[in-house]
Design a protein around this ligand. Structure first.
Ligand SMILES: NC(=O)c1ccc[n+]([C@@H]2O[C@H](COP(=O)([O-])OP(=O)(O)OC[C@H]3O[C@@H](n4cnc5c(N)ncnc54)[C@H](O)[C@@H]3O)[C@@H](O)[C@H]2O)c1
Length: 426
């Protein structure tokens, strides 16, 4: 069940259907394409992840969505302009047209640049959450699915911080009844999902499930939760490059990142309050990777700036520019320029697929609460209170694969490898 039926959701759904019909490959999806090494290098055991852990198969997936804009998935995909209409949309037009968004729990206060007509009405936020719960129950029944996962692929909401209403389930439910402003629509979906025993993953930087009340609810009900903000273009590159500088003890004096994008996401992020939510998510990771407290001479004075500029002609084909000022031996400066001409939703769609499948797996494996092993997919990983997030993409990948090995009772891979050499026996 997708919250939001915009560029990312339609690219994901249309992509899965094209793959199911044998027309395309699920490139970018670890659940479909990656292998996992097991045991010693000499054993040459490297099954595909999907053959190693019991994942739901693509043929068994059924989709639905909520959106305040009433367009069905075909109309929304055409508007988003991500996929080639002739090659990837027309052949599956009937399938896409059958996905019509349910009315959303939406409030323009939280996403200023959007106006929606397909919205739920209720006497307070709690009633809206109850309607979302009813939607989940009705979908279970009408689709006949055994299990459900909710993935937030909707807009970035205004910036919120954890407050008194978010502390316990009692305060949270009271706040919904009082239409408290600190309860954003995304929280209503998360609450509804958990109350219906459904895992919830958050693809946007919104606060949503990252609050004590919902963390506890997830633990009590044995449900996995996680987020925030799909790690796709510029930030994915940042989480690869910054660890490389640190690994070589190269200094960093500045990192200027700018983006131009022209899709609806770009329009929403043109609002300063939604941008602030995104900015926080994009800024935090560098400091966590570089650990300036441990390396003040190298990373104590980094000037880090992130900009997003709405530029309609570019559509979903974002351009992310980075100017990176580093310094080496004796302090000599050097520069690196990265110009990533990416496609936002093409990068995000496989993440939605993997998250849906791995959250479902986590639920079946009895993993509840925050799923830090899936931080590989997120810009601002959700972690236990007081624990700093691990943002290095390759540490995240190791954590991810070791968790799968652990689930299946296989040995952890430490990369020590002394056993391959004679001196190990001495
Ligand atoms: N594409 C990427 O690379 C990427 C990376 C990280 C995060 N994200 C996030 O993913 C989200 C989706 O991106 P997109 O490009 O598909 O945006 P989009 O604007 O095309 O789609 C978002 C949809 O969510 C709907 N929506 C807004 N509020 C809603 C609500 N309360 N309930 C239900 N639907 C609601 C909107 O009407 C819209 O159709 C955004 O928050 C974006 O910041 C995207």
């Amino acid at each position: 069940m997708l919250v939001g039926l915009g560029a990312v959701s339609t690219t994901f759904v249309a992509g899965v259907e094209n793959v199911r019909r044998g027309r395309s490959l699920p490139i970018g999806s670890l659940s479909q394409m990656a292998t996992i090494r097991l045991g010693k290098r000499t054993e040459k055991r490297a099954p595909k992840i999907k053959d190693f852990v019991p994942l739901t198969e693509l043929k068994d997936l059924v989709f639905t969505a909520w959106d305040p804009i009433p367009d069905d998935a075909y109309a929304a995909a055409v508007k988003a302009g991500v996929l080639d209409r002739h090659e990837h949309l027309e052949p599956i037009k009937d399938f896409l047209q059958s996905i019509k968004p349910m009315p959303a729990a939406f409030d323009q206060y939280y996403v200023k640049r959007l106006q929606g007509t397909n919205v739920k009405r209720g006497k307070n936020k709690r009633e809206l959450a109850e309607q979302l719960r009813e939607d989940i129950r009705a979908f279970r029944k009408s689709s006949g699915v055994e299990r459900v996962v909710v993935v937030w692929c909707a807009s970035t909401e205004v910036f919120l911080t954890v407050g008194p209403a978010h502390q316990t389930l009692v305060t949270f439910e009271q706040a919904m009844e009082q239409d408290d402003q600190s309860i954003a629509p995304s929280m209503l979906y998360a609450y509804a999902a958990l109350m219906e025993n459904v895992p919830f993953a958050n693809g946007a930087p919104n606060l949503t499930v990252d609050i004590p009340a919902l963390e506890r609810l997830a633990e009590e009900r044995g449900l996995p939760i996680g987020g925030k903000d799909f790690k796709t273009g510029q930030t994915m590159m940042k989480s690869v490059l910054a660890p490389a500088f640190k690994a070589r003890m190269l200094g960093l004096s500045g990192w200027y990142s700018t983006n131009i994008l022209g899709n609806r996401d770009g329009e929403v992020l043109d609002d300063p309050e939604s941008f602030k939510t995104k900015e926080e998510s994009k800024l935090g990771l560098l400091e966590q990777i570089l650990q300036p407290e441990l390396y003040p001479e190298l990373y104590g004075k980094v000037y880090h700036k992130v900009r997003i500029n709405y530029y309609p002609p570019r559509g979903d084909n974002k351009e992310g520019w980075d100017n990176i000022d580093i310094f080496g031996w004796l302090g000599y400066p050097m520069q690196i320029k990265v110009d990533f001409l990416c496609r936002d939703s093409i990068l995000a769609a496989p993440l939605v697929l993997d998250l849906a499948l791995f959250f479902d797996l986590a639920a079946r494996a009895g993993l509840s609460g925050i799923q830090e092993w899936l931080s590989f997919y997120f810009k601002s990983p959700h972690t236990a209170p007081g624990l700093y997030a691990e943002n290095d993409l390759f540490i995240q990948q190791t954590k991810f694969k070791n968790t799968l090995r652990w689930m299946m009772g296989e040995e952890q891979i430490t990369h020590l490898g002394v056993e391959y050499y004679e001196y190990a026996d001495r």
